[in-house]
Structure formats: C-alpha cells, structure tokens
Design a protein around this ligand. Structure first.
Ligand code: G6P
Ligand code: MN
Length: 445
C-alpha cells in the first residue's frame, strides 16, 4: 500500500492534536510516510510540533519524517495531501467580528451574518495565497480545504482556480449532525445515507436512508427531535452554546413541516432571537479562548514536560470524534477512487435543477480520483430556492468585494445578508469592520 505525505496547513491550530490522534488511529487505512505541520505562527506551531514528536514516537513509529515549519517551501514540497484549516486573524479577530457586529445590533457569528462576512474578507486572500504556494511546490497534490467561512472560501477558490479539480472544499457539520441522528436512532452513521441540499451552513436533510433496506428514517427523526435532545457524540457539543444550538433544532422542526435543518439555519431563520441571546461582553470567541483552546494547549504543554503520553492520563483512545475522522475518509476516497458519497461543497452544474449551474452548493457528491461529482437533487421548492438564491448572492458579492476591492459590493453583500438587511445599519457596521480589519482585508474603494 502506498504511504502518503501530508501537510496540515494551520498546523498550530487547536484542531491539530485531534487530527494527529486520528491519523495515528487510522494508519492502516491511510498509511503515512511524512507529516508536515505548517503554520505562520512559530510559537504555537512549536507547541503542537513538539507534542507531535512525542505522539508519533509512541503511536506512529513507521512514520519516516515529522516536520514542523513556518517555511512554505519546506512545508509544501513533495506532498500528496494538504489539509487546510487556517483562521486568518485567529480568535482575536473572531472576537472583534462578534463584538463589532453586536455593537451594531447584528449577529457576529463566525460563519454567518456580519461576522462571517468579515471573516470571509480575511480568509479569501489568505487561502488564495496559500493555495498558490502549495501549487508552486506540489502542483498535483489534493488540497482538502475546510477553512471557514467555507461557503465564501469555496466560491473564491472556484473563481481563482477554476480548473483545479484537486481543491476540495468540505465542512464537517453535516457529518456531525448525521452522527447525532445515528446516535438518536441507535445506529451507526456509516449505515445511513443522507439526501441533502443547500449551501454550506445553509442546508436541509430531505431523507435519511438506511443503506441496507432503503427505509427513510427522516419522519421518525423529526418526531424524536421535536423535543430538545442532548447530543452525546462530540465533546465540543457538550459546551453550553452548542447544547443550546442542538436544542434549538427542535424549535425549527416544530415551526416547519418538512425536512431537517442544518443547525446553522437558526441564525438566518431567527436572527432576532439569536441576537438576543448574545452577550456583548462575552461571545463564543471568548468561550473558545477561555475553554477549549486554553485546555488544548495546556494539555500539550503538560505532555511536552512529561515527555510521554503512554502510561499517563493522556493515553490515546480509539475514539477522537468525527470532527477529524471524515478527513481520512475523504482522503482515502480520493486516493483509492472509491466513489464514496460525501456531502461536499461543489459547483451545482444541474444537481439542483432550478438553481444556476455555477452556485457552490452543498449536496451529496461522489468522490474519486477525478475529484468531486455532484449527484442529482432535482428541483427545490420556492421557499428554499428563495433563501438559497438570496444567500448565494450575498456570498458572491462578498467574494466580488474582496477580489475587486469594491466598497459598494461589500455594502450590497451585507444588505443582502438576512441577519443585517438595513442599509443604515450595514454602512456604519462595514466602516467599523474595515477599520478593524486593515491588516487583513484587501483595500475597498
Ligand atoms: C462546526 C462547523 C465549523 C465550525 C466549528 C466550530 O464544526 O462546521 O464550521 O468552525 O463547528 O465552531 P465553534 O463555534 O465551536 O468554534
Ligand atoms: Mn463548517
């Protein structure tokens, strides 16, 4: 079996340790020769790097090379896969997105609303620069991109690298939701096949099929989930704000008479309610910085000072959650041409019949050595079509604004966003965001 070389772009991130643990757990399925961690911030890269050396010595002795670096040439030369999870501006800028938006009476959520807009304007130039560098040193590697806001980033990569079918944009939320369905049904996610349509963080499950019998569990799931359910699948989902998000799913299911919504639709369908829940002094960024992020780095520091993992409280378990696992599933599908189905972000090209072909939709796709092939969804009803076209126009204008440096398109984007709407709110909000993002955004004229 071929052994692959991979680079984790954003290697210093709080998500990296779980991904590394997952790569250790899946070495038989996805055998690796070299793992590179690349980050533009030396300090946090070093913590994850030193931790990874201990981890791999104990759990991945077959690995021939471990590199952690801030040098793109060293990072991207001779790799088969780049796994991209960058956050331009890090959590500090996420906090600003949230707090500036709230100050103007709008939602600052990471990927939705004005927060997602601001993050998109930072992410797009950063992602494009890195992909160009990757292509310079590894012209043919697969680039699995899950940098947020994925909908906007995917629209940008499609435009800037139109023929590069080896760039795959994907989000774990549909899989995380599927895991929740499986646990509620007392089944395994792999036994279920989803039918789904929409945009990233903006979609609906229409069927949840039993792979063996073809039975559709969606009606049963709707009944169960009409009452708030505590999700047991991911440690992340035990945090108060995620708990609340999954509970709110029941409200959406009760208010609408069909399908099962992606959790992120709460921000678009109930923007006022979601805004009322915000604490202007303590946002999700604060929660993450004080909680998961801090704990993750502290744990690595402890392991580094112990010099070992085996025989300590940090011993790896077989279960590191789906958050990272789907990446290996995807990589093996690409490498082995399995044609397995994933919910992926890709050009519509007729999958949703009554939507423009160039829309970057999130739908079931077959994944193989030729990349992503969208599967037929058929026509969608007026309500969803209206929402999706509005949201996609917002996403397109955000990318236009960024690539063309256009102030008016940025303003139009914000006004189209269902969580902003008012021009007299959008304008001063945009001006504040421009001021805060000087270091990161392309200049708007
Ligand atoms: C899910 C979403 C991601 C998001 C992540 C963390 O996995 O699909 O897009 O970044 O949750 O969100 P959080 O608010 O916990 O940082
Ligand atoms: Mn996502």
């Amino acid at each position: 079996m071929k052994r692959y070389s991979i680079c984790i772009v954003g290697g210093g991130s709080r998500y990296t340790p779980d991904m590394l643990a997952m790569l250790c757990n899946h070495q038989e399925r996805f055998p690796l020769k070299k793992i590179v961690l690349y980050d533009n911030e030396r300090e946090r890269q070093e913590i994850v790097g030193k931790y990874s050396e201990i981890l791999f010595k104990e759990y991945y002795p077959e690995l021939e090379e471990i590199i952690y670096t801030t040098d793109p040439k060293e990072a991207f030369t001779d790799i088969d896969f780049a796994l991209m999870q960058i956050r331009a501006g890090r959590m500090k800028m996420r906090e600003k997105d949230e707090k500036i938006s709230i100050k103007h009476g709008c939602l600052g959520q990471e990927t939705c609303g004005a927060g997602g807009f601001a993050y998109g304007m930072r992410s797009v130039p950063a992602v494009i620069d890195i992909i160009k560098l990757i292509r310079q040193y590894s012209p043919e590697c697969w680039i699995l991109n899950y940098s947020n806001p994925a909908a906007i980033v995917a629209e940008a990569t499609k435009r800037v690298f139109p023929d590069d079918y080896r760039i795959i944009n994907i989000c774990d939320m549909p899989i995380a939701i599927m895991d929740m369905y499986a646990s509620v049904l007392g089944m395994k996610r792999r036994d279920l096949e989803p039918k789904y349509f929409g945009l990233n963080h903006f979609g609906w499950f229409t069927h949840i099929l039993d792979k063996k019998t073809g039975a559709d569990y969606l009606p049963k799931l709707r009944e169960i989930l009409k009452k708030p359910v505590d999700v047991q699948t991911e440690p992340l989902f035990q945090e108060p704000s995620w708990k609340a998000t999954f509970h709110f799913m029941s409200k959406m299911i009760n208010d609408y008479d069909e399908y099962l919504p992606n959790t992120y639709l709460q921000y678009y369908l109930y923007p006022r309610k979601m805004f009322e829940k915000e604490d202007p002094n303590y946002t999700r960024a604060n929660e993450v910085m004080d909680g998961n992020e801090k704990e993750t780095y502290e744990k690595m520091e402890k392991i580094i000072s112990l010099g070992k993992i085996r025989g300590t409280e940090f011993e790896l378990t077989s279960d590191v959650g789906c958050h990272a696992e789907y990446i290996v599933d995807l990589a093996t599908a690409l490498a082995n041409n399995t044609k397995e189905i994933f919910l992926t972000i890709a050009e519509n090209k007729g999958a949703i019949e009554n939507l423009d072909p160039e829309v970057m939709v999130e739908v079931p796709c077959r994944i193989g050595s030729n990349g992503v092939e969208t599967l037929t969804v058929g026509p969608i009803k007026t309500f969803y079509k209206g929402l999706i076209e509005n949201q996609y126009a917002y996403e397109k204008l955000t990318v236009d604004a960024c690539l063309e440096g256009s102030y008016i398109k940025a303003l139009q984007a914000l006004v189209l966003n269902r969580t902003v709407v008012n021009t007299d709110v959008a304008k001063p909000l945009l001006d504040d965001l421009i001021e805060a993002n000087k270091e990161y955004w392309n200049e708007l004229k």
